[in-house]
Design a protein around this ligand. Structure first.
Ligand code: GTP
Ligand code: MG
Length: 200
């Protein structure tokens, strides 16, 4: 996928603030610090496009981007960051949930998981939630550069199990090496060419 241009559009909290360009949209979801913003940067070949940080909780709003004038990408705030006060954590949760439930343009959710860990309860909850609402999703096992290639398959197997048999594709990915970038682009393009799913 050749990225000719990529632009930050807006940070939003409520549906009234989401952009109204009507473009097919792909959302990046997952635990805080798992590498959502880094994955977006690797996809668009821009180093500091979506802001990243080694301290969790960097992305606190829904950040909307447009790539090649025809694809919308959303960087969602991460969940599961223990140091965030309960009240703010709940606000983040409802921000993400409202987005996933109401956004008509959403064609694919990319669920990011850390290659070194088995999924947490919240990862599983999100995966089940996406299935319940029939939101097409793909799992991306990121930071795969941190484990030897010989362990990839068994680790991915464990992750699938931890997601209680997630049926979608699971892509090994690294924002550092670029592993999985082409595969993820293929999934994104394919999902965006399909008719939007009916969200209930
Ligand atoms: N080695 C390695 N490090 C990565 C990779 N992806 C992200 N990181 C590092 O992990 C840290 C967190 O990355 P972010 O992209 O900011 O994570 P995020 O999911 O957007 O985090 P929040 O915005 O807090 O939800 C940064 O220090 C990144 O450099 C990867 O594929 N490989
Ligand atoms: Mg982020």
């Amino acid at each position: 996928m050749k990225v000719k241009d990529a632009a930050f559009i807006i940070s939003a909290v409520n549906p009234g603030d989401y952009p109204r360009h009507g473009l097919p949209e792909v959302a990046f979801a997952g635990r805080s610090n798992v590498g959502k913003s880094s994955a977006i940067n690797r996809l668009v070949h821009r180093k500091r496009f979506a802001k990243t940080s080694s301290s969790p909780g960097k992305t606190r709003l829904l950040n909307f981007f447009v790539v090649n004038s025809n694809l919308s990408i959303v960087d969602l705030p991460g969940y599961g960051f223990a140091k965030v006060p309960e009240k703010i954590r709940r606000r983040w949760g409802s921000m993400v949930e409202t987005y996933l439930k109401t956004r008509k343009e959403l064609r694919l959710t990319v669920l990011l998981l850390d290659a070194r860990h088995t999924p947490t309860g919240q990862d599983l909850q999100l995966a089940e939630w996406l299935r319940h609402y029939r939101i097409p999703s793909v799992a991306v096992v990121t930071k795969i550069d941190k484990i030897p290639r010989s362990k990839w398959q068994s680790q991915i197997g464990k992750i699938r199990e931890g997601l209680s048999g997630f049926e979608g594709q699971i892509i090994p990915f690294s924002a550092t090496t670029g592993e999985g970038r082409d595969t993820l682009w293929r999934e994104i393009i394919q999902a965006c060419q399909k008719e939007p799913t009916e969200l209930s």
